[in-house]
Structures are given as C-alpha cells and as structure tokens.
Design a protein. Sequence first.
Lengths: 378, 255
Amino acid sequence: MADSGASVNAREAGGELVIGLKGAWTVRSVAALDQAMAAIRPGGARKARFDLSGLVTVDSAGAWLIARTRGALAAAGVEVKLEAADEHQKALIDKVLAAGLPEPRGRLPHHYLIDILARVGRALIEAIKLGRDLLSFFGAVVIGFLRLFVEPRRIRFVSLISHIEQTGLNAMPIIGLISFLIGVVLAYQGADQLRQFGAEIFTVNLVGVSVLREMGILLTSIIVAGRTGSAFTAQIGTMQVNEEVDALRTLGLDPLDVLVLPRVIALIIALPLLTFYSDILALLGGGVACVTLLGMSSVQQFLTQLQAAVTMTHFLVGLSKAPVFAAIISMVGCFEGLRVTGSAESVGRLTTKSVVEALFLVIVFDAFFSVVFSYLHI
Amino acid sequence: MTETPTISIRGLVTRFGEQTVHDGLDLDVRRGEVLGVVGGSGTGKSVLLRTVVGLNRPAAGRIEVLGQDTGHLSEGAWRSLEARWGVLFQSGALFSSLTVAENIMVPLKEHGHLPGRLMAELTALKVAMVGLPPDAGDKFPSQLSGGMKKRAGLARALALDPELLFLDEPTAGLDPIGAAAFDELIRSLQQSLGLTVFMVTHDLDSLSAICDRIAVLVDKRIKVDTMEHLLEDPHPWIRSYFHGPRGRAARHAEA
C-alpha cells in the first residue's frame, strides 16, 4: 500500500488563508495529518480557501479532517471555500458535513475512591437482590412441588426419567473414578501420619468416617454442580435466548412445570444415589490402598476394622445432606438459566455464575449441617 | 474502457460433502456497481458470498478480488486485502460484549493506528453517517432493534472506508419503511463513497430500487443481467421469480 505522501500546508496570503492538501487522505494516513489540521487557526484572515487540486484520493476519514477544520474556521467567523474538488470528493465531503459534526462527549469528572465505593455499593445491592430473587424462586418451586401432590398428572415422567439418566447415570464413570482415587489418596496420607504413632490400623477409621460423613457427599456435589448445574443453566438459557421459554408460556405451559420441576426432582433422586455410589467406591479405593500397599494382612482385617469404626449414623449423616444439596444445585442452575436475557453472551456469564453460586451455597450449608449435627451430638 | 472487474470468478465449484452447490460458476462484478444476487433457498447465495470473502474454500475455480487471486495469497497480503472490503452479515454479527462504538473501533484499532481522540471522532462520524442517533454509540447490541443492529453492522463494515462492500440480506427482517430507508442509505453511501456493492437479497423492492445489475443463481450457475432483460428471460425459475405476484407488485410500485 503506497503511503501516498499526504501532506497539508497552510499559508496566509493577502488576508486569505490558503490550505493546500496533497496526496492520499485515507484512514491510513490521517493519523499523521490530525495534529497539523487541528493546529490551523484563522490568524488575522477573514477568508479561507481549501485547495484540493493536489488531492489524489480521499475517504471519509480524510473528509472528516477537512470538514472538522472547515467547521472550526466557520465557527470563528471565517468565510470558507472548497476549491478544485472533483465531483466525488465534493459529494463525500458534503456527505460528511451533512452527517453533522459529532462532539465526542467527555466523561463526567469522577474520583476513583468514590468509584470504588459506588462499585462496592452496587455489588452489595445486586447481591441482596439476588438473594431475594433466589428465595422467591425457591418459594415458587416449593409451591409447584406441592401442587404436584394435588395433581399428580402434572409430573412429566419422560422428561424426569431423561434427566435422571443425564444427571445420574451418565455421571457415574467420572464420579466413580474420582471417588476411588480420593479413597486411595486419603488412605495413603492418613497412613503416613498415623504410622508415627504406630496406629496405622486407624487409617481405616479415618477413611471410613471422613468418606461417609463428608468426602463422599461433598465430592459428588462439587462434580454435579460443575457438570449438571452448568448444563441446566446453559440449556434453559439457550431456550430463553431463542424465545422458547416465552413460546411455552404462550402455549399455556408453565416453564416451572415443564423445565424446572423435572430437573429439580430428577437431581433430588439422582444425587443421593450418586452419593451412595461415591461412598462405596471411595471405601473400595481406601481398602485397595490399605490391603495392597500398606501391608494389611488381609481383606478380612480391613472389613473387620471398618465395621468397628463406622456406624449407620455416619452413613446416614452423609446421605441426609444429598437431597438438600441436590435442591440447591438444581434450583440455582434453573434460576440462573431463566435470568438469561437477550444475547448468547449472557448464557456464558450466567453459567459461570450458576456454578460459583451453587458451590458457595453447598459449602455454606455443609458448614451449617456440621454445626447442627455437633449440637445434636450425632 | 476495459478495466479489470472488482470481483472476477471463473469456474467456481463448491461442494459440501456429496452435495455440489456451484458447478463452474462465472461472475464479474464491475467497479462501482451494485450487484444484487438472487436465487431460491438453498441455491448457495450466502455460500457464494462466504466463498468470495474467504470463509469457505472452493473445491475448484479462481476468484480474483480487487485484482488479487485469493487462492494464492500470503497471510499478510490476505490481511491487507481484507482491510479493503467490509462485510455486513445477515443479523449484524455485532460483538455482543462490546458497545456499538467499540464494535466500530475494532477494525480501526486493528488496521488504523489512530490517536484516541481522532478514533472517537471517526466512530461518531460513522454512527451519524449510517443514520443512528448519537447516543447509540454507548449502547450494547442487545439494546438495539433489528434495524439499528443492521445500521451498526454497516457502520462497522464501513469503518475502514472499504472499496468493496458485501451485504448478506441487508433488508431481511426490516419493516417496509425501514427496508426502504436502508436501501436509500446503501445507495447514498455507495455513491458518495464510490463503493462497489455485492448484495445477496430476496427483497424485490431493493433489487429494483438500488441494483444496477442482478445475478440470478440457477442450475448451480449464475446469470447476470439488468432487471429489464431478466424480465424477458425464458428460464422457468426466473420467470416465476420476477413475474410472480410479488415481482409484479414491486415493478408496479417502481413504475
């Protein structure tokens, strides 16, 4: 691309300002000309003349510089003429002038400390609003759930079964693998420390209790939040973008019945099952590590020790949290999906938000459960 | 005068798997004309546009744009060629995470190397030239109506003052008044900026209002002529296209 030797030369002759333009005035050359054109002042001249005879080509960026200077001169009370512009160039400059001289609006004065304060305040109000909306969504889901008891025909079985398959059955390989490996890791780390007291055998207690009470359910919830919660938001969000959710409403179908309840119920059924499965696989991993690697004499010894260490209560404590976490994950997922508006970009943003919020709430409720159970001496 | 055409396509073949869309297609777009491309659904109008701008690779054939063979270009040459055309996609294809003004600045930043204030001025100028209100620059695409999105997309396509403008169904989805205004806008920009326009459209009104010549995609090839000559054409599809009830209405409105 020939860069054109574009130049501007302004001189005053006999009370008349002559502005000579040369070369190709295009978007590629205007950067160099901007300053020179902005610096042109009428001085004492009452008349000004743009001499365009040297102009090779001009595009709208070049025309803008000419129009801007012409406007500035005219505003200073100078009479301006364009000379030797060919038809096309003149038409273009007229077009640019006709578009008006847009004033780039300056920003309002602001102070960065106040900006920070304003952001904190805005974020706080957003968070409170979010909490309120989530609570009201929870209420709507509970009401919808109770309505199912009155009118059991509203349950969408096909959708329910399909969601159980997607969220439960299809998650089994990943949850099984991770649970098994976590069991192995726990046994290893525990045995390393307990060996110092000669209490290696208590590795079994460590693995058994921690897996059944906390690790199994927490691990499963975290994987499900990442895998299923995000999928719920993305599915419903995409439907929202395509106006499918609005279409459901106009067809007399309640999105709560069609989209939300099947997902919530499916996960409330699937998550306890997955937790049980995760518990078993983690114990298996712990057992394999104990027997093969830590020199425990036999499988029998591991099982005897496990039986002594854990009680039904440990297992039930872990499992009792599953339906609650399932409700949290699925409701947050559906809630964020329904909040999608307009663009595909908001689907991505809210999917991320849904996972983060679900994980946050799961951990908060887990802490809450721990406190309650310790008060109850369970 | 025999000047080289802005776009010259020879023997173009496009295939998707087993399906052949174009088979030995030839087309010349002359400098400074508005060419309307029409054809039935699935005849590959948009595919043709995408192939010319390099989004599809043809199975065979030669495409020259602005005198350069697009099949054999280095990365750098291709980049500077791309800066010489603008494309308006069917639904605007504005970047949804950026405001309208930021959308227009994307090509300016990439190719222009301009000082910030001048860039803001040029952006405001483009916003005004496509007939958007000044405050539209601060809005996000999701806050705009369909017609405004197309105008904003046009402003972005024109950001670098291209010589060649590709439009994919520019008036689809606009109301008749908005479509007529958009036709008017394209025509006036084309004249004052000296653009060559390659326009895929279904809108018979825009065909008769602003197109110099019309290219009809039939039988995997193209037939180019003026509206008057195409009206006489014996090909059954062309006959039913221009002589159907809608074609007649458009011509009556014109007369």
